[in-house]
Design a protein around this ligand. Structure first.
Ligand SMILES: Cc1cc2nc3c(=O)[nH]c(=O)nc-3n(C[C@H](O)[C@H](O)[C@H](O)COP(=O)(O)OP(=O)(O)OC[C@H]3O[C@@H](n4cnc5c(N)ncnc54)[C@H](O)[C@@H]3O)c2cc1C
Length: 440
């Protein structure tokens, strides 16, 4: 074993051994807290839609969320504006109708890009889960997959009461990082193929118009930006659509992979320094009456891990506007890559619209696990387009419906009959642009 030593919790170790230590084993009997038909891990756009969809399909659903709020990057990351995808349908359409009725288009195949209150969305999703009979566990962070013979059995979760497990027939990984799938051994990729770099992270914040000039105060150690070119993204990017003096600002940028522990440590402190620098800049350049009113609880993560699924969505699929017989989501959101290597550029390219096939959510090695949301099987370029919230809601809704069908049919996720999946989605008011059926 050389210098590599393994220890198990409870085992004794000496000072000498601890210096050469490279790994610990960790074994413990963990109580089963609850069982459900479907356990969804991660309560962002994909997870909330997946949970509701499975519950509407008659299943008992548990939703595990590591933070105190649902909505994912939309609330936790304060990304409180929906990018347009040319398709306002299903769960997303319902959400718009119930929270942002003024923005609801008459037809589904329209684009909208409304700004919203992250606080209202957070409350809405809490109430939505309650009404739909979804059991939400907050402060419940997934820590381990328990699987055998190609089947997930349970997930181990860190809670306020310590470690607990949750059992289910079907699991849907909506952590955004594919944490459940990766822990269960599903192969994955991260970042650009040439160097593995992911899109940078951004700490979103809001400012509030006070109606009178405010006193500026730049904390020590925070950057001073004199010109637009000095700014972290080399541009000004904000929204003020709410008519209530709220300015939503997306102007920080820190290189790093949000799923890497050491990188996140650096990013969280650097991003907050940038927030104060950008606020100071804006207060000198057009927003003299605005105070800093809200900083997102965590720095927003655009891109981390993509599972290797039965199909991998590619740049070519997007650029060529490919259609698939097993379509589960449709979008025409642009290719949108914030430079991964520290440049101030953003690669933005319009696309006409394409399908995302069901197979992108299916890891080959496990029969009862789906991965929905931004961590689906997609290349670095393809994920830059499919990652926005409305698309993730659509993918989650499809995953919830598929998990329910897999239970009813007694089949693996990969064997879910697509016609049944489409019928189930149609019953949940999901509309596609045209009947699915082009080349697969
Ligand atoms: C800075 C930034 C700006 C963006 N701008 C826009 C925009 O303007 N408009 C737009 O529509 N989209 C935008 N996006 C993209 C969009 O917000 C995300 O891609 C989308 O929210 C992804 O949804 P998701 O459900 O896949 O994952 P996420 O939103 O990341 O949600 C994942 C959820 O899982 C939880 N979770 C993670 N790990 C665990 C665990 N171990 N156990 C339990 N729970 C866990 C998280 O707490 C979170 O609630 C932006 C993203 C960022 C970061």
């Amino acid at each position: 074993m050389g210098t590599e030593k393994r220890f198990y919790n409870g085992g004794a170790r000496t000072g000498e051994e601890s210096r050469t230590l490279t790994t610990y084993g960790f074994q413990r009997e963990i109580k089963v807290q609850a069982a459900a038909d479907v356990v969804v891990i991660g309560g962002g756009p994909a997870g909330t839609a997946a949970a509701v969809s499975a519950a509407r399909s008659g299943k008992k659903v548990i939703l595990l969320e590591k933070s105190a709020q649902l909505g994912g990057m939309g609330t936790l990351g304060n990304v409180s504006v929906f990018m347009p995808i040319g398709n306002v349908t299903g769960f997303y359409r319902e959400l718009i109708a119930e929270v942002l009725a003024d923005s609801l288009p008459s037809e589904h195949d329209k684009s909208i890009a409304p700004q919203y209150s992250p606080f209202v969305l957070r409350h809405y999703l809490n109430e939505k889960m309650r009404r739909e009979g979804v059991a939400v566990y907050y402060h419940a962070e997934f820590v381990g997959s328990i699987a055998a013979d190609g089947q997930m059995k349970a997930v181990a979760v860190s809670t306020r009461e310590g470690l607990l497990t949750f059992e289910a027939k079907q699991f849907i990984d909506c952590t955004g990082d594919a944490r459940v799938a990766i822990d269960a051994g599903v192969p994955y990729a991260s970042g650009r193929p040439e160097d593995g770099l992911t899109q940078p992270m951004t700490l979103m914040f809001m400012m509030q118009n006070t109606g009178k000039p405010v006193r500026r105060s730049l904390p020590e150690g925070c950057p001073v930006y004199e010109t637009v070119a000095d700014l972290p993204q080399g541009r000004r990017l904000y929204w003020e659509q709410n008519d209530d003096g709220t300015l939503l600002v997306n102007m920080t940028r820190v290189k790093g992979n949000g799923a890497k522990v050491e990188e996140v440590n650096r990013v969280e402190t650097e991003a907050l320094r940038q927030v104060f620098g950008v606020v100071d800049y804006l207060q000198r350049n057009g927003f003299e009456n605005y105070i800093l009113s809200h900083v997102a609880p965590q720095t927003g993560v655009r891109e981390t891990n993509q599972i290797e699924g039965l199909y991998t969505l590619t740049e070519q699929d997007i650029v060529e506007g490919r259609r698939f017989a097993d379509v589960v989501a449709q979008t025409n959101y642009e290719i949108d890559i914030h430079s991964p290597d520290g440049q101030k550029t953003t690669d933005e390219r319009k696309v006409d619209g394409y399908d995302i096939p069901y197979r992108c959510m299916i890891p080959e090695s496990l029969g009862n696990l789906l991965v929905a949301g931004r961590a689906i099987s997609a290349t670095h370029v393809a994920m830059s387009s499919m990652r926005v919230q409305a698309t993730c809601y659509a993918l989650g809704q499809a995953a919830g419906a598929a998990a329910a069908i897999a239970i009813d049919e007694g089949c693996a996720c990969k064997d879910v009959p697509i016609a049944k999946l489409h019928d189930s989605l149609a019953a949940q008011n999901v509309k596609f642009f045209k009947p699915a059926g082009a080349a697969v």
